[in-house]
Write a protein that binds this ligand. Structure first.
Ligand code: UD1
Ligand code: CA
Length: 437
């Protein structure tokens, strides 16, 4: 098998984002752009990856592993300089290096493989291009009359005629190990930005007679993110893909109003109503329904369960099979067994709820005392009357019944009835109020 190394460039400052957050950490589908690229590289057939970061990148440390090495580019002197910062990762047995940009979040494993294959198949250099009616900002591929790539011209260095070219450089480039890879050292910084451009490898390749090919990808896949408008475009494309994937198994009444994260898992025969947001860490089981205007994070919705409309789960939550979570219910760190019903206007946090328990409208777990969070346990088959406050830590036993309007501060044993509210006083024959004279 061919040995390929993916070099992921992520040291650029990304000043046009105008952000304290490094550009490549801005998220698409709830995941940092650079993590999308690293995931695509891992999924592709490359043997290892090298991540190039700036000197202040504490975020990168957590990403390193057996298959991923970290390299610091102390000063950002351009994309060729950045690739060379990963020199140490160029092992002797290497066949190809594929360069990926951390700000190309939507590049796919299949495309990475396709580029590596061109080099494994004999090319010295393979450039991934795309066509767009709005090429501003991208490097342009300059072709000869035979359609061979002869140079890549950066926007700032391009003549007016060259700027009219709509065939653009995506940034993805596969380079054969040996002479083509060594040619990176020959790249100069004689351009408008005074940077070492990776793209100049093409002009050098012409001089040295390299066999250079180019492949085309859709602009949606390889668009680069330099500012927040492009970040929003990348997000839109991510969502288009995610909706298409969800539609393979689920019914989405208005797919364009449903937002997914990179790790959302949707089962078969799921119904998703309009205006639903899936934050990260959500799994929806077979046959479940997510009603309109529901917002879920880090939540498992088990098969046959229903949540919403207007439900919110803030995370650490599992909704048991067949359970029903209704409108204006907020869940946080709650483990709900099968067949639980929480139909209206409740907050259930830091709680365990047993099978088939029924939580009446307006029930609140008072989980926070201003200092610490406390747990509430509700046994199987318990019935919590409407408008009850369960002051945690507290346990409601199996089959227990809490009368509505109770403020429960002490544990309720199994099968007990707990009333914790003022007694009703009813006085007969009230005299009508007399207006003051
Ligand atoms: C680059 C390409 C351009 C292409 C476009 C596609 C070059 C010279 N230009 O331009 O042809 O059309 O991408 O999106 O390659 N980086 C470093 N260290 C550096 C400089 C950059 O790590 O010294 C990283 C950045 O973090 C980024 C990537 O390399 O992830 C690309 O750099 P960027 O400055 O965004 O290049 P573009 O101007 O977009
Ligand atoms: Ca860019």
């Amino acid at each position: 098998m061919a040995q390929a190394l993916a070099v992921v460039l992520a040291a650029g400052k990304g000043t046009r984002m105008r952000s304290k957050t490094p550009k490549v950490l801005h998220k698409v589908g709830g995941r940092a752009m650079v993590d999308h690229v690293l995931a695509a590289a891992a999924e592709a057939g490359v043997s290892r990856a090298a991540l190039v970061v700036g000197p202040e990148a504490p975020w990168a440390a957590g990403r390193a592993g057996d298959a991923l090495s970290l390299h610091v580019q102390a000063e950002q002197k351009g994309t060729a300089h950045a690739v060379l910062a990963a020199r140490e990762a160029f092992a002797a047995d290497l066949d190809a290096v594929v360069v990926l940009f951390g700000d190309n979040p939507l590049v796919t494993a299949a495309t990475i493989d396709r580029m590596v294959e061109r080099v494994v198949g004999g090319a010295d250099l393979a450039v991934l291009a795309f066509r767009t009616a709005a090429p501003t900002g991208y490097g342009r591929l300059l072709l000869d009359e035979n359609g061979h790539v002869r140079a890549i011209r950066e926007e700032r260095d391009a003549s007016e005629e060259e700027r009219a070219v709509t065939l653009c450089n995506s940034g993805v480039m596969a380079i054969r190990a040996g002479a083509p890879l060594e040619a990176l050292e020959s790249i100069g910084a004689d351009n408008a930005k005074g940077e070492y451009y990776l793209t100049d490898l093409v002009a050098i390749g012409v001089e040295r007679g390299f066999d250079m090919v180019w492949e085309e990808a859709s602009p949606a896949e390889v668009m680069g993110v330099n500012d927040r408008a492009q970040l929003a475009e990348a997000e839109a494309e991510f969502q288009r893909r995610a909706r298409a994937r969800a539609l393979e198994t689920a019914t989405l009444i208005a797919p364009e109003t449903v937002y997914f994260s990179h790790d959302t898992v949707i089962g078969e025969d799921v119904l998703i109503e309009p205006n639903v947001v899936f934050g990260t860490g959500v799994r929806v089981g077979d046959g479940a329904t997510v009603h309109a205007f529901t917002h879920l994070v880090d939540t498992v919705v088990s098969p046959g369960a229903a949540v919403g409309p207007f439900a919110r789960s803030r995370g650490g939550t599992s909704v048991g099979p067949g359970s029903k979570i209704g409108n204006f219910v907020e869940l946080k760190n709650a483990a709900l067994a099968p067949g639980v019903k929480i139909s209206h206007l409740s907050y259930i946090g830091d709680a365990v709820v047993g099978a088939a328990a029924n939580i009446g409208a307006g029930t609140i777990t008072c989980n926070y005392d201003g200092v610490a969070k406390h747990r509430t346990e509700i046994g199987a088959g318990a019935f919590i009357g409407s408008n009850s406050a369960l002051v945690a830590p507290v346990t409601i036993g199996e089959g227990a019944f809490v009368a509505s309007g109770s403020v429960i501060t002490e544990d309720v044993p199994a099968n007990a009835l707990a009333l914790a509210r003022g007694r009703q006083a009813t006085k007969p024959d009230r005299s009508p109020l007399k207006p003051k004279s």
